[in-house]
Design a protein around this ligand. Structure first.
Ligand code: NAD
Length: 440
């Protein structure tokens, strides 16, 4: 890219903010704005060339498809499917597919860009993508979901492939949906291509350790942050919002490491016991009762109050936008490990920074999941599968390196870990663009 002038103020250069920006989100909650405000801050500090700035802001490809399926009643219904490839300069696009009524082009674009930065933070040879179908999967039968998945896959099949775009599970999609995508793609190609998706069942080319990977990654970076803050790992108190895949496994592994998990919550609310909870026992309760509600060995705490408990480590691992300008000043944790994507708004960032709270940002903290997805892709392509200790050891190495590189960037530029992570990621993607040059 020829020019080396710094990035202009983004108010003048926001040509890529879509005109169809989703009106459902108030400004503080808009996912595209949330991502872009951090991107712009990091790009300015890196003195990113204006040409590259424009390239990195714009998604490579945005695909919108009609997905007609026959309902079980015999009626035809047409759904809308989206797939956005944000950037593929470092390798195939990587990112999940969600089935949800809240899917919108604006949200998918933000999440696709997030994946580009996340993959670059942990230095994987992947770009970023995201996709979704606007639907209510809870109102659909298994047969309808299978037809929806297969028709959506065939509609976007030209971009899919182990070398071009590799989906994974996301909100309301799972191993079974990945198996249907893999089968549909393979039928079109006339041979089995396991590496076209990750998050598959282990018996069909999935990786050992994938289920625990995101929670394990949270543990690794939290341990590193505690060491950095000269706090003891043993006995450090933890509150976890969200008791699903990420939150429950992070809580379980943190407890095994000697940390004291004092509060956990799910969508029915939370429980708090300052003396410490037995996470295994909580999991047993959830296995029997489906939710944490009614768990007897602690006092109830709301999902708002759990964020404000006096703990060493807070792990928001449920939803986006839970730490906002309204509650950030009340947060007492010394470290926040963002298990969820986008739990903190950009306005809240400034308040947390001023309070000296050490935030391990989502694009680093929850990157363990995509890292083991990368391992799955590598194993499928090599046709040789690793045992679980090997997966965990390699995951730990990547997460520790990424944490240290982000921390070094943050110190060097005197910025937060979040802006440090964006700077590291943008720097890596930009370096690839500079080396490749501009094809015209
Ligand atoms: P999950 O569906 O397994 O669990 C979600 C949990 O959040 C459940 O316990 C649910 O009861 C709880 N929850 C829902 N609404 C809530 C509310 N209003 N208040 C409090 N808790 C609520 O989902 P997951 O896979 O654990 O993902 C959680 C977050 O982590 C999401 O932001 C996701 O994008 C992100 N993430 C997940 C992975 C992964 O590998 N699973 C990887 C990276 C990021």
């Amino acid at each position: 890219m020829p020019s080396s002038k710094p990035v202009p103020n983004r108010r003048k250069a926001n040509a890529f903010i879509s005109p169809d920006k989703d009106r459902r989100f108030a400004a503080e909650d808009n996912p595209f704005e949330a991502m872009m405000s951090r991107f712009d801050d990091a790009a300015r500090r890196l003195n990113l060339e204006p040409g590259l700035y424009k390239v990195l802001r714009a998604p490579d490809k945005q695909i919108i498809v009609s997905v007609p399926i026959m309902r079980d009643s015999g009626e035809i219904e047409v759904f809308t499917g989206i797939r956005v490839l944000h950037n593929t300069s470092r390798g195939p696009a990587k990112g999940g597919i969600r089935f949800d009524m809240a899917v919108s082009l604006d949200e998918v674009k933000a999440l696709a860009a997030w994946m580009t930065w996340k993959c670059a933070v942990v230095n994987l040879p992947f770009g970023g993508a995201k996709g979704g179908v606007i639907c209510d999967p809870t109102s659909m039968s298994m047969g309808e979901l299978e037809r929806l998945t297969r028709r959506y896959t065939s509609a976007i099949i030209d971009v899919l492939g182990p070398d071009s775009d590799v989906p994974a599970p996301d909100v309301n999609t799972n191993e079974r949906v990945m198996a249907w995508i893999m089968d549909t793609y393979s039928m079109h190609k006339r041979h089995t291509v396991t590496a076209v998706v990750t998050g598959k069942p282990v018996a069909m080319g999935g990786s050992l350790g994938r289920r625990e990977a995101t929670g394990r990654g949270c543990l690794v970076v939290t341990r590193r942050a505690l060491e950095r803050k000269k706090m003891k790992v043993k006995g450090a108190t933890v509150a976890v919002q969200g008791f699903g895949n990420v939150g429950s496994i992070a809580a379980q592994l943190m407890q095994k490491e000697g940390m004291k998990v004092v509060a956990v919550s799910d969508k029915t609310g939370g429980i708090y016991n300052p003396k410490g909870l037995d996470v295994e026992d909580c999991l047993k309760w959830v296995a029997e009762h489906k939710f944490l509600a009614g768990y007897p060995k602690g006092k109830p705490v709301s999902n708002e109050a759990i964020l404000e408990l006096p703990v060493d480590v807070l792990v928001p691992a449920a939803l986006e936008n839970v730490i906002t300008s309204k509650n950030a000043s009340k947060i007492k944790a010394k470290i926040i490990c963002e298990g969820a994507n986008g739990p903190t708004t950009a306005k809240a960032d400034a308040i947390l920074d001023a309070k000296g709270i050490y935030v391990i940002p989502d694009i680093l903290a929850n990157a363990g999941g995509v890292t083991v997805s990368y391992f799955e892709w590598v194993q499928d392509r090599g046709g040789y599968f690793w045992d679980e200790p090997t997966v965990n050891e390699r995951l730990e190495k990547i997460m520790v390196n990424a944490f240290d590189e982000v921390a070094a960037m943050a110190v060097k530029h005197d910025v937060s870990m979040r802006i440090g992570a964006y700077m590291l990621a943008i720097d890596r993607v930009a370096a690839m663009h500079r080396m490749r040059g501009l094809y015209a």
